[in-house]
Design a protein around this ligand. Sequence first.
Ligand code: PLP
Length: 385
Amino acid sequence: MSLKVSKRRPLVAQSEIRNMTLECARVGGVNLAQGVCDLPVPQVVMDGANEAMADGYNIYTRFDGLPRLRQAIADKQKKYTGMDVDPERQVMVSAGATGAFYAACLALLDEGDEVIVFEPYYGYHIVTMASLGIKPVYVTLEPPNWEFCAEDLEKAVTAKTRAIILNTPSNPAGKVFDREELTLIADFAQAHDIFVFTDEIYEHFVYDGLTHISPATLPGMARRTITMSGLSKVFAITGWRLGYAICDPEWALPMGHFNDLVYVCAASPLQIGAAKGMEQLGSEYYQGVSDDHQMKRDLFCDTLRDIGLTPHVPKGAYYTLADVTGLPGRTAKESALYLLEKTGVACVPGSAFYGGPVGETMVRFCFAKEMPILQDAMDRLRKLA
Ligand code: PLP
């Protein structure tokens, strides 16, 4: 048979998030499965993109992005993390943080390499690597504080280990890595001479007065750290596909060349909209986003607690994992479907975030919804009690 799909095809066939979204639409439910943030798009961002089209920003940009956006990214990084970034040689604008990670894997890793990943993990990290023949090796974070120790990392290392992935604040656990933990990871990465890929897409969604720390700012970490983030979440523009990577020029150039190969460049007028947003929106905007989500987190976690689905209260990002061992169902998927049937609220089975069986005890909800939708979801969930 010559007409057939590739061997890597099964890797992307079965996304639990997609499945639950379909199931949710079937019953006309409230979708708390997908990680789409319901904030309004800031006016300056929207107007900026519209004006840019009229101003002629309609052709390819440089493969690593327009100078204005690269400058805005470098300035913002300096202001919020203290990182010194050369916008000309260290920033690559990409098709979302997703595109940045793909370009990094293509440029810096080879088939057969191993990469250490904390679980619960973000599924795209795993599948992106698997599609390139790169093997994830898991280090399990222990609830309730999602802890790990140096020994866990050492056990995961082999001669093939080339990198470790961090996601801080994390999806789905909402873990915000503190300085002590990051120092441990930094020492480990330096001792084994490996890259640190860090996905910081939720950098502005941090609660309880905690501070987001960019691992690249730790002593000795600038050269080996690939920092990835984007505007999808904080400007609520997931459909614009705008993200970026910041790293040493030695890695930024090859990553940029792969970005060129796969995406050519990010959408030109949208880059201007994002640049204007980054230039004009200040700390009050970001603090407002964080306060709004902290309020939603508290309301939502109270609801889960009241109905007996004990939540792991997140310190950042906008998801909560909840214990479903009290619900009918032999697997997390069965419990998630039961919940959808009974309440009309869709969530993601925890098995989507774990290599091993631990995920079968939990599900993930996204609480980044407009208040009326979140209220509807909470009212529906309360029917379980
Ligand atoms: N990284 C993490 C950890 C995410 O949770 C998501 C979206 O859910 C993304 C990246 C996707 O980001 P982008 O839209 O910039 O590709």
